[in-house]
Design a protein around this ligand. Structure first.
Ligand code: G3I
Ligand code: 9MR
Ligand code: ZN
Length: 567
């Protein structure tokens, strides 16, 4: 490591010229293990960091010019070294990496932290010291919220997770995060079921802790993981209108200043119903009903009834009902141009949850419309529907459709494999993927690799999923681990109001930064990122740069999915 210095204008931006990039969480013994070096090197050694003994020697491969970073890179592959321990990688030119670990448990902490992050984003609850440590604060946004369309009416819509660095709560964003988390639970239950998160519901029956809000009487204790998701689902239920339509979002009119959430006392508004929110709500509630039934049949029934009520609204309102921010409102818009994929996802989940052919027919009819069948985002949600269909065991589900959906995921995995192979850093990212929240693109691609393996019952794409995690955790052209608190050189100054307003130097752990964006869109980023910066380097760990370094629930959730696969 040579230089570390702080930029004069923004002391937060730590510039680090680190020539060797390693996964700062570490490597599992049996997995692919790569470091990337951006200086000429022909050989490397692994040195045991405790004993200073050289334990492995290897040759570097010259990859050449990596397009998206414009770095001339060399790869040190030590996959066949499998001994657990802490090591540094040193080149023949005498440059050393940060110390890193090889162990079976390298992903345990980062997986835990990225899940616990959702607890830290809870709205409407005292985050007590025993669960939140020094990052606790009192309950926020507890007042009733006012209906935008008729400001004489107010409702209790407390709860749920703050979306991001801001204090808004948005249904389509929440649905996406819940989908990633619930799919992770469905596909990797053993990795998540027994996780202890030290949240209020841990070691207690969920009904004791959430007595005011909980529906029904849980017969056995929910896994902490599902208790955390339930906190968001309970808020979802409050966002449904009598007629089944679902309000698009609950936010103040304008983003709060950088204060603690309990100090943000502007009127909370409930914005109009959209068909995307209603469909995503129906989908997620139907999906969740199947997962929670084992623990709490009353809650499962409540979810399913709510989902069917929204399905009824969708029937009554066949036209697209989008969302646009009203004049004067600057909080997240999450606008979409159509809702076919949202409706497709909703009907798919409703068919799976109820077995009703009516929903099955609706779902099949929507397939005639064009939308991406592997979309796993907050706007493109078609992949959630196709994946659920693939995982379901309804007898009358069509094998033909299942084969077709499976092909879609496998084709996408193949396309992404080629992208990864063509990147010196192993990222399955095209130039146009370096947008606002590029780490979500990366992690969605990691999810595709994981899904492909799940569907084929192989580990064909395990190395590729691993390389995406490597990128997230340090093997990228900035060298940052993009998860707060993971690694010696990690993001610490994300655009996250409480993390700034709490006055604590160390950031709340487990938060996934949006990552490099080749179209810097906020004033600070426009200053900090010179024109012509290569896409992978359009990043600054600066609190002002919300288009590069914000955090959100749906950037954390795909990280949870990928880490659950890799753990
Ligand atoms: O997909 C297009 C691509 O085709 C095009 O080439 C490229 C060129 O700019 O843009 C891509 O679209 C970008 C889109 O994100 C991709 O998802 C838009 O430019 C970009 O403006 C848009 O940013 C969104 C941002 O809100 C602004 O609307 C982010 O995705 C979205 O995550 C973010 O969400 C915010 C909420 O509004 C409020 N809460 C915080 C949250 C995270 O920053
Ligand atoms: O903090 C806001 C962030 O969560 C959003 O992603 C971003 C874009 O909507 O907006 C941020 O808020 C900024 C606002 O839009 C303009 N004034 C400065 C705010 C950040 O301090
Ligand atoms: Zn709040």
């Amino acid at each position: 490591m040579d230089t570390t210095y702080f930029d004069e204008r923004t002391p937060n931006v730590k510039k680090f010229s680190l020539p060797i990039f390693v996964n700062q969480a570490g490597y599992k013994p049996e997995s692919i293990k790569r470091a990337v070096i951006k200086e000429k090197a022909s050989h490397f050694s692994l040195i045991n960091a405790d004993t200073c003994v050289t334990v492995y020697k290897g040759q570097c491969t010259h990859f050449g010019l990596d397009t998206n970073s414009q770095d001339d890179v060399y790869i040190a592959d030590f996959s066949d070294f499998k001994d657990c321990g802490t090591y540094c990688l040193v080149t023949d030119t005498n440059v050393s990496s940060l110390p890193f670990q090889i162990s079976d448990t390298v992903f345990d902490n980062v997986l835990h932290d990225t899940i616990k992050a959702f607890y830290f984003l809870r709205c409407g609850l005292d985050l007590e010291e025993k669960h939140a440590g020094k990052f606790g604060h009192s309950a926020c946004h507890t007042a009733k919220a006012v209906l935008w369309e008729d400001q004489t009416i107010s409702h209790d819509i407390t709860g749920g997770w703050h979306d991001a660095g801001d204090y808004g709560r948005y249904i389509t964003a929440g649905a996406c995060a819940l989908a990633h988390l619930l799919f992770a639970y469905k596909m990797y239950p053993k990795k998540l079921k027994n996780l202890s998160l030290n949240i209020p519901e841990s070691n207690a029956s969920a009904c004791e802790v959430l007595s005011g809000d909980t529906v029904g009487n849980p017969s056995c204790r929910l896994p902490d993981f599902l208790a955390e998701c339930k906190y968001e689902l309970l808020w979802f239920l409050k966002m449904q209108r009598e007629d089944g339509g679902v309000y698009h979002k609950a936010t103040t009119l304008r983003h709060a200043p950088f204060v603690m959430p309990e100090e943000d006392r502007n009127t909370m508004l409930i914005f109009p119903v959209s068909s995307m929110a209603t469909a995503d709500f129906a989908a997620v509630c139907a999906m969740a009903s199947g997962i929670y039934r084992e623990f709490d049949s009353v809650f499962a029934d409540t979810l399913l009834t709510a989902a069917e009520k929204s399905a009824h609204w969708l029937e009554q309102n066949p036209d697209f009902l989008g969302f646009k921010n009203p004049d004067g409102c600057n909080t997240g818009e999450y606008g979409e141009r159509d809702d076919k994929d949202n409706r497709f996802w909703a009907y798919t989940e409703l068919y799976i949850a109820t077995g009703k052919e009516f929903y099955h027919d609706r779902m099949k009819a929507l397939l005639k419309m064009k939308f991406p069948l592997t979309g796993l985002g907050f706007a493109a949600v078609g992949g959630f529907g196709t994946l659920s269909y693939l995982l379901c065991d309804r007898e009358n589900a069509s094998m033909e459709l299942k084969d077709f959906f499976k092909e879609c995921f496998l084709d996408e995995a193949l396309r992404l494999k080629e992208l990864s192979d063509s990147c010196g850093y192993g990222a399955a990212m095209a130039e146009e993927d370096y947008i606002w929240g590029s780490n979500m693109s990366l992690l969605k691609h990691g999810m595709i690799f994981a899904i492909a393996d799940y569907l084929t019952g192989t580990d064909t794409y395990l190395p590729y999923a691993t390389l995406q995690a490597d990128y997230l955790l340090g093997v990228n052209a900035t060298g940052y681990s993009y998860v707060t608190g993971t690694g010696a050189f990690c993001c610490n100054y994300p655009h996250l109001r409480p993390a700034h307003a709490d006055g604590i130097e160390e950031c709340i752990p487990g938060m996934v930064s949006g990552g490099p964006n080749r179209h810097p869109a906020d004033a600070d980023a426009k200053i900090l990122i010179p024109e012509g910066t290569p896409p992978m380097k359009c990043f600054a760990d600066d609190v002002g740069c919300y288009s590069l370094n914000e955090i959100t629930i749906y950037w954390n959730s795909p990280a949870v999915f990928v880490l659950a696969y890799l753990k």
